[in-house]
Design a protein around this ligand. Structure first.
Ligand code: ADP
Ligand code: MG
Length: 481
């Protein structure tokens, strides 16, 4: 008898992933100074003596940034600190004129949050703390480097998850949901291309069933969720082959090389800086009152996943539909206002996600800039549902709705796309059609259902396309018994 031997590489490993997200908060001014928080201006035009780190300047914390951080904390069902302070994180780099970044070490503004995934699993959030962004260094590769300090001092919220994710797709789902939440809460535009949202992922693996974490590597420089997914997958495979070869994973900070689709070591643990954190003596600790938290709580919108579940419960709305509608809070708002008029959830969803989105794309508008009030779209959907206008005519009306405030019913008239749905009005024409096509009629009677199409076509021709085909079909069935 032989025992089933596991292959040499037979240990099954489980990935463990924790993520740090930096999100730029959409305040008017910077974190500790009144210089404006803007993007895309000429280099070094949005600076001031504080941003430049000139001696004698002092920081004052931005209340708006606190309010936005509290919003995030409430959206993550986290604890909001009643007492919070700032610390200096010291390091030297040309994009950091003061020689330190003001951050929060042990008393973050919010901690112990939760973010639910679609399958109900909850990713725990360790903390979210306020800090200031660094400037941007640009290395030309030649003999010159440039520094743009516009970004220096922009408020950042660093959101640190627990190492609760177990696969690359799960990590991406976490990132997508977090981004959706941040957009619903309207705390940032979360535009990864502009750097408003950045993420660093920490990856390790451990033998399945083992509790202790393995040695991790952290991957920086990820500028899309796709890149994050690939980088995590790459590191999982790399760690696995290192362990299978009997070696040890070296704790390191890695960079993701987009072109080569591989990671490379930026620095190992031994090379990492000692930040010598200490409380910033220029800033007092801050108290967050319960009444302030309650004030902010009153402004928190329905969270995207709760809204998705509610929309999903509407007649005809699928999981997919609900997912599309909630991707953008403005779209979900538009849908609900249109629905209040149309009374038909599925048709309203279809008109928005296929027709309206199509027209918006053609014209380069988003839903708030499309100029069509949701109520008017709802009216159009109702006209189609009631058979006043066909779907083809309805599309013409939708295009015509741009740049006018005429209501859809008036446009149906004006464009002459009205549909005859009145059975009394159509019956005589259908009778005529049946008389004129005796062969087709016998085909229909013989059970050839498709033959009815020829009769519908005849009626359409006779009415110049304005007959409601549904009504015509119904009349054919009635008249032929
Ligand atoms: P640091 O302060 O060095 O960045 P933290 O303890 O704050 O380290 O962790 C940063 C992130 O790394 C968190 O999201 C955490 O969950 C994650 N993390 C920590 N240890 C591991 C590990 N062994 N494997 C995967 N992720 C980890
Ligand atoms: Mg960290």
């Amino acid at each position: 008898m032989t025992d089933p031997q596991p292959p040499a590489s037979g240990i099954e490993y489980e990935p463990v992933i924790g993520i740090e997200v930096h999100v730029q908060l959409r305040t008017h001014s910077k974190m500790f100074t009144p210089a404006p928080n803007t993007y895309g201006e000429g280099p070094n035009t949005k600076t001031d003596p504080y941003t430049l780190g000139l001696p004698g300047t002092l920081p004052v914390a931005n209340k708006e940034a606190f309010t936005l951080a509290i919003r995030v904390g409430l959206g993550l069902d986290a604890e909001i600190a009643s007492y919070t302070k700032f610390d200096r994180k010291n390091y030297f780099y040309p994009d950091l004129p003061k020689g330190y970044q003001i951050s929060q070490m042990d008393l973050p503004v919010t901690s112990n949050g939760k973010l639910p995934l679609a399958n109900g699993k909850v990713i725990r959030i360790n903390r979210a703390h306020l800090e200031e962004d660094a400037g941007k260094a640009m290395h030309t590769g030649g003999d010159a480097s440039f520094v743009d300090l516009n970004r220096a001092g922009i408020p950042l919220l660093e959101i640190v998850s627990e190492a609760d994710m177990r696969s690359a797709p799960e990590a991406v789902e976490y990132l997508e949901r977090l981004k959706l939440l941040l957009r619903y809460l309207d705390v940032s535009d979360c535009d990864m291309e502009k750097g408003s949202l950045r993420c660093d992922v920490n990856v390790s693996i451990r033998p399945k069933g083992m509790e202790a974490f393995g040695t991790r590597t952290e991957i920086k420089n990820l500028n899309s969720f796709k890149a994050a997914e690939k980088a995590i997958g790459f590191e999982i495979r790399r760690h696995t082959s290192v362990l299978q070869a009997g070696d040890e994973v070296v704790q390191a900070t890695m960079l993701w090389d987009e072109d080569k689709e591989q990671t490379r070591v930026m620095r190992t643990k031994e090379e990492s800086a000692d930040y010598r954190y200490f409380p910033d003596p220029d800033l007092p600790p801050h108290h967050i009152s319960e009444s302030w938290v309650e004030e902010v709580r009153a402004t928190i919108p329905e969270l995207p996943w709760i809204r998705a579940a509610r929309l999903r419960s509407l007649d005809g709305i699928t999981e997919y539909d609900a997912g599309v509608l909630i991707q953008d809070r403005a779209v979900a708002d538009f849908f609900e206002r249109a629905l209040a008029v149309s009374g038909d959830a599925k048709a309203t969803c279809n008109w928005i996600t296929s027709e309206l989105f199509g027209v918006m794309k053609e014209r380069g508008h988003d839903i708030t800039g499309c100029g069509i009030p949701p109520e008017r779209l709802g009216e159009l959907v109702r006209l189609v549902k009631d058979g006043i206008v066909g779907s083809g005519g309805g599309k013409k009306v939708l295009h015509a709705m741009y740049g006018t405030d005429k209501d859809p019913a008036a446009l149906v008239e004006e464009l002459g796309v009205g549909q005859i749905s009145d059975e009394g009005a159509l019956e005589a024409i259908v009778r005529q059609a049946l008389e004129a096509n005796p062969d087709t009629v016998s085909d229909i009677k013989a059970g050839k259902k498709k033959a009815a199409g020829a009769i519908v076509g005849w009626v359409m021709k006779e009415t110049k396309g304005s007959a409601n085909p549904g009504t015509v079909n119904k009349l054919i069935r009635q008249l032929l018994g």
